[in-house]
Design a protein around this ligand. Sequence first.
Ligand code: GDP
Length: 325
Amino acid sequence: GSKRNLTLKEFQEGLKTGNTAILARAITLVESTKAEDKILANQLVSHCLSNSVDSVRIGVTGIPGVGKSTFIENIGSLLLSKGKKVAVIAIDPSSNHSSGSILGDKTRMPHLAQSKNAFVRPSPTRNALGGVTTKTRETIVLCEAAGFNVIFIETVGVGQSETAVYDMVDFFLLLNLAGTGDELQGIKRGIIEIADAIAINKADGDNLKKTHQAQSQLQRAMELFPDKYSFWKTKVSTCSAMEGMGIDTIWKTIQEFVSLARRTGSFEVKRKLQREKWLYQTIDEELRSQFFEDNNSADAIKSFLKKVRDKQISAGEATQLLMRK
Ligand code: GDP
């Protein structure tokens, strides 16, 4: 647009005062693929790492329709009433910069969208070239620098995005439904193993009995899995995001987990490991984008594609030759 570019100092001061318009622009900056934006973005994120508030990062996943946005709207409102500042970052595997995102649609969380102490933002997962480039970690750091102390990372439970989110959060919550076979689906997809708590949503009306049955069934199934932490057993609860039932219990569970994790040192150990992963993933993404964004390599790949397809050369040898260029 026609807006003047902000300087590093202006970004830093805007974030310090919790200015959400500046925060939004800072996130756009870290998502930019322009070389000059990248330099500024990296300086800004480095600065923010040591100029942020203590936070809790919570991953929320579940199939479409399970009630993620209703749940986050509800627990987010509860947290606002407790004086917290709440950021919601929605990762939609199908979204990119140009098409926007359903998950980030602000009408999904009307109360949070209009509160000055809440911030809702989609995080695109695909760049212009179709590669996966998530700047979610950077977005988290920027939100924390702007004073947001509870960060929800929401993702659709359909693919590999859950494990990516698991590597960015302190606590991972799986939302489930009763009576759809979904209790067992979570086991199949390996999500139950990484969940720190499972909440069976829509525990209201005619559903009430079914959800309690599902709860005890899941609880029993959980005993088959080894505990991830010496101090924690995955909690299974029921809630109604729509009626606001069981939501405060889930917040208490999260607080209990965080306080135990802090006391045992596991909280900081996990964050350190996550930052190590951050480096490896960023190197990976950077190498990939440098390789594919190089215009010469596009033509070269095309010529090798034919040779590989027709068995004239192995993929390994083709790659070796491409890399040498
Ligand atoms: P998402 O796709 O996971 O974000 O799910 P939504 O939050 O958009 O909810 C999907 C539908 O389920 C909406 O029509 C909600 O009103 C409804 N819903 C969400 N939570 C509950 C709940 O606790 N009880 C009932 N009965 N319906 C709910």
